[in-house]
Ligand binder design. Structure first.
Ligand SMILES: *[C@@H]1O[C@H](CO)[C@@H](O)[C@H](O)[C@H]1NC(C)=O
Ligand SMILES: *[C@@H]1O[C@H](CO)[C@@H](O)[C@H](O)[C@H]1NC(C)=O
Ligand SMILES: *[C@@H]1O[C@H](CO)[C@@H](O)[C@H](O)[C@H]1NC(C)=O
Ligand SMILES: *[C@@H]1O[C@H](CO)[C@@H](O)[C@H](O)[C@H]1NC(C)=O
Ligand SMILES: *[C@@H]1O[C@H](CO)[C@@H](O)[C@H](O)[C@H]1NC(C)=O
Ligand SMILES: *[C@@H]1O[C@H](CO)[C@@H](O)[C@H](O)[C@H]1NC(C)=O
Ligand SMILES: *[C@@H]1O[C@H](CO)[C@@H](O)[C@H](O)[C@H]1NC(C)=O
Ligand SMILES: *[C@@H]1O[C@H](CO)[C@@H](O)[C@H](O)[C@H]1NC(C)=O
Ligand SMILES: *[C@@H]1O[C@H](CO)[C@@H](O)[C@H](O)[C@H]1NC(C)=O
Ligand SMILES: *[C@@H]1O[C@H](CO)[C@@H](O)[C@H](O)[C@H]1NC(C)=O
Ligand SMILES: *[C@@H]1O[C@H](CO)[C@@H](O)[C@H](O)[C@H]1NC(C)=O
Ligand SMILES: *[C@@H]1O[C@H](CO)[C@@H](O)[C@H](O)[C@H]1NC(C)=O
Length: 367
């Protein structure tokens, strides 16, 4: 999770993940899970290039009897519910959290037996090889975090069968190819992906988090991007996207973070972000080709802490209403075509960063 550029953003994700994990951990330690689940996990452990990983020492199968010639994989006493990183509901494995656990090897194929698994978090390990298409059989999954590993190959379309998925993090891997249309929900995808962002994403009515940072996506964003109105985190930072910000963003009243910086977006600034955003905290539109004026409605985002629109073609004056943004700490409007007086109201704010460099403004920088 550490790759998000902004503390608040990563805190948000960490929070999201913690909430989900807490749900799983509440159920830790129930009665015995099925022998198949234990065997599937044990089989994966054995396939790792470091099965002696100290974090997995609790992952052992004890024979049902003391008879050592019994077939161990069939007769299990020890419940995997007591193994480190494993959590259960009603005796079935429903969560596996081995974040940053130095796991070295492939993504387990045997996991398709864990049909009650709701959370799988393997972020920050040394997983390599492809994402097995069979992962699409884990239909109970609502969190799948494979970020920050060395996974390669393309994103399997079968992930589209995970209809309950609300957090998908594949960021920080070496995945190639385009986003499969079948992908029902998607999250962090910072890789080397290319092509356009499919229009079908607008149909993802459960999607709250979309991070497409640092790929090579081109073309326009889907028009209906925020038709569902549930998106909270949107990031398209550093791609090659063009065209306007979709109008549907006006419906995005739950939006908290919006990163569009470092693309070739264009369009009239006064026609975007015209909605009501009580939670909007962070906006970066820098390094694009936006034009038009900065309107007074920006002053109606009570939670805004960072507003960056540097290096565009914004004209007109700075609205004094920005002085109403009591939470604002960073305002970067440098390298635009702003004119007129710097509003004295900005002096009401406790700004850490005020960058108005390279405009045609007059007046004093307020204290
Ligand atoms: C141990 O298991 C083997 C094979 O299942 C069986 O032949 C043997 O009788 C068992 N020994 C005892 C002491 O239960
Ligand atoms: C244990 O069971 C597996 C498959 O269920 C089988 O392949 C293996 O030969 C068995 N081992 C023994 C010692 O019976
Ligand atoms: C132990 O093995 C016996 C015979 O295979 C089986 O009936 C029993 O359910 C097993 N006990 C546990 C706790 O798995
Ligand atoms: C656990 O099992 C009981 C009884 O079968 C059921 O009522 C309950 O809803 C189950 N809980 C979960 C979280 O699945
Ligand atoms: C990660 O895995 C590769 C092979 O898959 C291995 O060469 C490398 O040493 C591993 N790195 C760490 C930190 O374990
Ligand atoms: C998806 O989530 C809903 C609501 O929590 C649940 O009723 C349904 O069984 C889940 N579907 C799967 C495939 O787990
Ligand atoms: C989704 O599941 C259905 C039914 O199991 C299957 O026929 C289909 O091929 C799966 N889709 C993908 C993309 O794997
Ligand atoms: C990304 O992919 C392109 C071609 O598809 C390749 O030229 C480039 O080296 C890749 N970049 C990285 C960082 O893998
Ligand atoms: C998306 O929704 C539209 C209607 O809102 C529908 O016509 C279209 O087939 C859907 N696309 C997919 C891929 O589900
Ligand atoms: C915004 O939401 C309303 C009602 O939820 C809907 O009628 C309208 O089409 C949406 N507008 C856009 C641009 O998505
Ligand atoms: C303002 O944004 C520009 C463009 O992204 C950047 O180069 C500059 O360093 C920023 N100013 C400050 C004070 O961070
Ligand atoms: C916002 O600021 C403007 C001008 O500085 C002021 O007239 C207006 O009353 C303020 N609105 C709110 C809601 O505080």
């Amino acid at each position: 999770m550490v790759y998000f550029p902004i503390g608040n953003a990563s805190l948000f994700i960490v929070h999201l993940v913690l909430v989900l994990l807490t749900i799983f951990l509440c159920f830790l330690g129930s009665a015995s899970a099925s022998a198949e689940e234990a065997a599937a996990l044990f089989k994966w452990k054995a396939s790792l290039s470091n099965p002696d990983n100290p974090l997995l020492t609790s992952w052992i199968l004890r024979p049902n009897t003391t008879n050592s010639s019994n077939n161990i994989s069939k007769e299990v006493v020890a419940s995997p519910c007591s193994w480190s990183g494993v959590s259960c509901i009603n005796g079935s494995v429903n969560g596996l959290d081995l974040t940053e656990s130095n796991i070295n090897g492939p993504i387990p194929l045997s996991f398709s037996n864990l049909n009650k698994l709701e959370g799988l978090s393997l972020n920050g390990n040394n997983l390599s090889g492809p994402i097995p298409p069979k992962i699409g059989k884990l239909t109970s999954l609502n969190l799948l975090d494979l970020g920050e590993n060395y996974l390669s190959g393309s994103i399997p379309p079968s992930l589209g069968n995970l209809s309950n998925l609300s957090v998908l993090d594949l960021g920080g891997n070496q995945l190639l190819g385009s986003i499969p249309k079948e992908l029902g929900n998607l999250m962090a995808l910072r890789n080397n992906l290319s092509g356009s962002i499919p229009q079908e994403l607008a149909n993802l009515t459960k999607l709250v988090f979309m991070d497409m940072d640092g790929n090579q996506f081109s073309g326009h964003l889907p028009q209906g991007l925020c038709e569902s109105g549930v998106l909270a985190f949107l990031s398209f930072e550093d791609n090659m996207l063009t065209g306007p910000i979709p109008r549907s963003l006006n419906n995005c009243s739950r939006l908290r973070h919006a990163y569009f910086n470092g693309n070739q977006f264009t369009g009239k600034l006064s026609e975007m972000f015209g909605g009501f955003y009580p939670k909007l905290n962070f906006v970066d539109l820098s390094n694009n080709n936006f034009y038009g004026e900065l309107l007074a409605y920006w002053g109606r985002c009570p939670s805004l802490t960072t507003l960056r629109i540097a290096e565009n073609h914004i004209s007109g004056s700075i609205p004094p209403e920005l002085g109403n943004l009591t939470e604002l700490r960073v305002l970067n409007l440098s390298s635009n075509r702003l004119t007129g007086e710097i509003p004295i109201e900005l002096g009401n704010l406790e700004l850490y960063v005020l960058d108005l460099y390279s405009n045609r403004l007059t007046g004093e920088i307020p204290e």
